[in-house]
Design a protein around this ligand. Structure first.
Ligand code: MOS
Length: 758
């Protein structure tokens, strides 16, 4: 057990999580995860773990070319193999009515299909499913899948972004179009100039839980157990694809073993499973293998970015030009805000951004934690660091001199911004001010030592959601909403909000999620679950209390009471100024002749606010770099968040630590390598695609400003899933520069890059 593990009443230090004492009241007790026990005991059931009588098993056979068409498909041997119940290909696939509704190929969000699986002989990417084999056991389906023989008309594929940046074009998505504030390319005329190119490869989400679908038809109704970050989104996708009504499609995802964005869409394999189950008339389970997770469920696209940045000799920015080149597939346009952060992060009068995408013969990329901004921050925050050394100015000082007090992109105030506090508390915690600022000046035990800093930001969003709340006569509270939890601890955070609102201990509250038949909740993406659903839970509490106050009066109890004069607690309701006047919930409900008090709360963000809403983070990293092997070890991390008021301290801190783990991978190890001769990812397994392991992750301190945002929602909480990762990788590469004097502009920084750079 960690020596620092200590959860007494007045201080908390869990895995490096430090929280001020004043913070330890009411809402913000460091509650354990409400589903922690179920998860560690194995009682929590993930999508692939469900089973049904007569359930069959599916396996997807992938194409062996990256571009072309299928010339012949021989499925006879597979069909004759023992236990095989069916083989579905484009030649015999049942019609998916939704395929005809949209353009060809179908666009993402309308029904989430993207690639229309088994709809034609066209091949758009290596590993694209060409056959779904179904058998009565997993072993038999694997055997039969090996008997499928496909021949192709191969066409010349293009999978290399670097060789094709000149062909990249502006996206159709106008929000990500070219941007100009002030004059163009002003940086070139500045006294101090940094001009550099930054590269990063494809990264793959690789959640521990692979994607899995179990489809169970009963007549014309289907229940789908699916790994998804949005049960309502998946329900809608299946409704749209199969032209079904909402009451005929039920999507279940009680637990999700990590998503990071890979489960934000309903991917073609899920459509195939639903199609296959209907065709054979039996429940069907389809689980993607790890190799299939590399090219069928999205990835963070490769990016080549050019930054030009200029400053006065006092370190005032005069111009930023940020150009980004990235990729999409040939059958869909995927875009993300790679250049977004450069527009508003610093108070700079002249900013130009340009974003170009190149359609490649690979599957469509998708959002991956900190989508867009994590990529953009690597370039921008590296360039700012380079500029600080060019100016001989501390990198934090440079950032402070160019701090944007208001949003320079939209010319309006931020709803809240405590970025300066993040710099301050993190710098103090890691001992930033006592380091020797000169590169390659610090050593420990024969290793070069360096410190790096970087900031991150992401929009703080709030959407609409609804929640059912039922207060029972024993003072227990049931909450339900159709939201998924991919790991951050949604049920825990919602329990804490309800506990605060209703004066009930968390043990009396149950939060149910992961079922599309519950009242519609948000998709778990874009760091907006707590801000969105938390608002609904908070408002549900207000509604319950208002109704209870009415019941108190109509039931003839302390009938002059106004709601503000009542105290709500586990035992019931009492008068604030006279605690002897009280009534239990069971008495109250009996008097009102109702079994329980149940409401469905709908919550919408109030419109019309003229604010820019963002969360901010600052990451501090200490690295050790071995001078003769080039090995980089992250030795210490202090990560600071301005995510508004922290609702659930333990799960929030874990979320930040998760971002650090992802950030270490991004900086040092993660890279999907494509063999362009075949257009395929060759390290498509966890042995060759290197995710950080425990030994790679040092002691991590998480610090929160913990000041409420007055605008975004009643809790004052801003999102934090994305900012945990955004900006972390450049903090590492900046630290490597400080340790070695070598500026490495291509991640991941593997030892060869450290050694080869002079
Ligand atoms: Mo996140 S990329 O919004 O799952």
């Amino acid at each position: 057990m960690n020596d620092n593990f200590n959860t007494n009443e007045t201080d908390i230090n869990v895995n490096g999580l430090h929280i001020e004492n004043s913070f330890m009241n009411g809402l913000n007790d460091p509650e354990d995860r409400v589903d922690g026990r179920a998860k560690v005991t194995g009682a929590a059931k993930y999508s692939a773990e469900f089973t049904h009588p007569n359930m069959a098993y599916g396996f997807l056979v992938g194409s062996a070319i990256a571009k072309g068409s299928i010339s012949s498909l021989d499925t006879k041997a597979a069909e004759r193999a023992p236990g095989v119940l069916g083989v579905i290909t484009y030649l015999n696939a049942p019609k998916i009515p939704g395929y005809d509704a949209g353009e060809n190929p179908a666009k993402g969000p309308t029904w989430g299909g993207g690639l229309k699986i088994f709809n034609s002989d066209r091949i758009y990417y290596y590993g694209q499913p060409v056959a779904l084999v179904i058998a009565d056991t997993l072993e038999r389906v694997h055997h039969a899948a090996g008997l499928i023989r496909a021949k192709y008309n191969k066409e010349t594929h293009t999978t290399d972004l670097e060789q094709n940046t000149s062909k990249a074009a502006a996206p159709k998505n106008a929000r990500l179009g070219d941007y100009k504030r002030g004059e163009g390319d002003v940086y070139k005329t500045a006294l101090v100039v940094v001009e550099a190119e930054y590269r990063m490869p494809i990264e793959v989400h690789n959640p521990m839980e692979p994607h899995a679908t179990i489809a169970v038809w009963e007549g014309d109704k289907v229940t789908v157990y699916e790994k998804t970050q949005g049960v309502k989104d998946t329900q809608r996708s299946i409704m749209n694809a199969f032209k079904l009504k909402a009451e005929d499609v039920k999507v279940i995802a009680h637990y999700v073993g990590g998503g990071f964005g890979a489960a934000l869409r309903t991917w073609p394999h899920a459509i195939a499973a639903v199609m296959g189950a209907r065709k054979i008339g039996r429940p069907l389970k389809l689980v993607l293998h790890r190799e299939q997770m590399f090219n069928n469920v999205g990835y963070r696209p490769e990016a080549i970015q050019k930054i030009g940045i200029g400053a006065t000799k006092e370190g005032k920015l005069t111009g930023i030009t940020h150009e980004a080149y990235s990729q999409t597939s040939t059958y869909e346009e995927f875009t993300e805000g790679i250049t977004a952060m450069s527009r508003f992060m610093y108070a700079c009068p002249n900013v130009v951004t340009k974003y170009r995408i190149m359609p490649l013969d690979l599957s469509t990329p998708t959002w991956m934690r900190g989508p867009g901004e994590a990529t953009g921050a690597f370039a921008l925050e590296s360039a700012i660091d380079e500029l600080s050394y060019a100016l001989d100015l501390d990198p934090i000082e440079l950032r402070l001199r160019n701090h944007a007090d208001t949003d320079p992109e939209r010319n309006r105030p931020f709803s809240s911004k405590y970025l300066k506090e993040c710099y301050q508390m993190g710098a103090d915690a890691i001992g930033w001010w006592t380091r020797n600022r000169k590169p390659r000046s610090m050593q420990e035990d024969g290793w070069l030592v360096g410190y790096g800093v970087s900031s991150g930001t992401f929009g703080a969003f709030r959407g609409g959601a609804s929640v059912l709340a039922r207060l029972n006569s024993d003072g227990s509270l049931l909450l339900q909403s159709a939201v998924s939890d991919s790991g951050p601890g949604t049920a825990t955070a919602m329990t804490q909000i309800a506990s605060q609102s209703m004066g009930l201990p968390p043990s009396k509250i149950t939060f149910q999620l992961g079922d599309s038949s519950l009242p519609p909740g948000p998709t778990q993406g874009g760091s907006m679950t707590t801000a969105t659903l938390g608002s609904a839970v908070h408002e549900a509490g207000e509604t319950l209390k208002a109704k209870l106050a009415e019941l108190v009066v109509t039931a003839g109890h302390f009938h002059e009471a106004k709601r503000e004069e009542l105290v709500f607690s586990e035992g019931g309701i009492s008068m604030k100024n006279d605690p002897s006047k009280k009534i239990s919930y069971s008495e109250l409900f009996k008097a009102a002749n109702i079994p329980a008090l149940e409401i469905t709360q709908e919550s919408k963000p109030p419109g019309g606010g003229n604010y820019s809403m963002y969360s901010f983070s600052v990451h501090f990293v200490k690295v050790r770099v071995h001078p003769s092997t080039g090995v980089v070890r992250v030795a210490r991390v202090v990560t600071c968040g301005d995510a508004g008021k922290i609702v659930s301290p333990k799960t929030a801190a874990s979320q930040m630590i998760g971002g650090v783990v992802g950030g270490i991978g991004m900086a040092l190890t993660e890279e999907a390598a494509i063999d362009h001769r075949y257009g395929r990812i060759i390290n498509n397994n966890l042995a060759d695609y290197h995710l950080p392991v425990h030994a790679d992750v040092p002691h991590t301190e998480v610090l929160f400003v913990n000041k409420p945002d007055p605008i975004i929602n009643p809790m004052g909480s801003k999102g934090m899933g994305e900012i945990a990762l955004i900006g972390f990788a450049p903090a590492v590469t900046n630290a490597i520069y400080h340790a070695t004097g070598k500026r490495i502009r291509e991640i991941p920084v593997t030892p060869d890059k450290v050694m080869m750079q002079s």
